[in-house]
Write a protein that binds this ligand. Structure first.
Ligand code: NAD
Length: 298
């Protein structure tokens, strides 16, 4: 008789907790650890156990999933797993971190005989809750194939991007483009308004013409225009300005080390920094439309 191994889920924040819940609801035995989460207000599935330490979460776990704030913490947790003597077969890191830390984590894990995948996600808190995240993955494709049936409850789309670190590279490329399209969408609606266009009429044009993009069609930053979005909820995140700034900083650091010019990406970072400094750190990133509306034309 084979006994079911556990999944250790490390980092039960806004993203990690709903992802862990989806795994537990799909029949996995999940042992979660997060020093900030000792008791959850939401009712947890029976198959999700909140643990009081990393070691406790690792008990009888062959797969470790991490969903953590940054690369330093991801590497610290990985080192603690190895130094504690646990031997999971696979560590899947779903956090968004810098490419250098991701590559280092691949090496550290490989030296310890652990398969490691960098697997950052897109889709935000709503995608985490619905189990419809997209994940972009760097690491061994064969390991991914074996792992897929088990981690499917968290994801709708899997894209294997290449070797270690390539998932993180794809993630920051995507978010640089997202920042630039959101700024472009905001300034376009602001100009249309000043030119006397009805915002709904402009949405109809943009969403069906060559200006269409996710920022217009799925996440329109104008209240009561297009599908429901944070603009309809006073720009509560969603995806916060702080999160977008983190990704834009990672993008510019990567562009520096790759010696690649990204003029719009660099300017997007400047604009999001100015917007954040206006007190908007915890607003949704689409709220930049309001900041852009008040800028002086130079
Ligand atoms: P969060 O701050 O809500 O959660 C992170 C959690 O990690 C916290 O609860 C914290 O207590 C925990 N943590 C920190 N150090 C730990 C440790 N040593 N051991 C165990 N737990 C530890 O952040 P989030 O929104 O859940 O984001 C997590 C990651 O996902 C980040 O890398 C973020 O960039 C990325 N991401 C977030 C979103 C989003 O919309 N929120 C979307 C895509 C990707």
């Amino acid at each position: 008789m084979t006994t079911q191994k556990n999944i250790a889920f490390i980092g039960l924040g806004n993203m990690g907790l709903p992802m862990a819940i989806n795994l537990a609801n799909a029949g996995e035995s999940v042992r979660g650890f997060d020093p900030q989460v000792t008791d959850s207000n939401s009712k947890l599935p029976e198959a999700l156990t909140l643990c009081s330490s990393l070691d406790d979460a690792l008990l009888n776990s062959d797969l470790v999933i991490t969903m953590l704030p940054n690369g330093h913490i991801v590497l610290d947790v990985l080192n603690a797993i190895i130094q504690g003597g646990a031997t999971p077969a696979v560590v899947l890191d779903c956090s968004t971190i810098d490419i250098n830390h991701a590559r280092e984590a691949h090496k550290v894990a490989s030296d310890a005989g652990i398969d490691y995948m960098d697997a950052p996600v897109s889709g935000g808190i709503s995608g985490a809750a619905a189990g419809t995240l997209t994940t972009m993955i760097g690491g061994d494709e064969n390991v991914l194939s074996t792992l897929k049936p088990r981690i499917e409850p968290m994801f709708k789309t899997f894209i294997h991007c290449g070797d270690g670190g390539s998932g993180q590279a794809a993630k920051i490329c995507n978010n640089m483009l997202l920042a630039t399209t959101m700024i472009g969408t905001g300034e376009t609606f602001n100009l249309g308004k000043k030119l006397g266009l009805d915002q709904n009429t402009l949405f109809s044009v943009l969403s069906t013409s060559t200006g269409s993009c996710w920022s217009v069609n799925s996440y329109c930053p104008v209240p009561e225009v297009g599908p429901n979005s944070p603009a309809d909820n006073d720009y509560k995140p969603g995806f916060s300005v702080a999160m977008m700034l983190k990704d834009l900083h990672l993008t510019q650091a990567a562009a520096d080390s790759a010696d690649q010019a990204t003029p719009l990406g660099a300017h997007a970072l400047e604009l999001y920094e100015e917007y954040a400094n206006s007190g908007a750190t915890e607003e949704d990133f689409s709220g930049i439309i309001r900041y852009l509306a008040d800028l002086d034309r130079q």
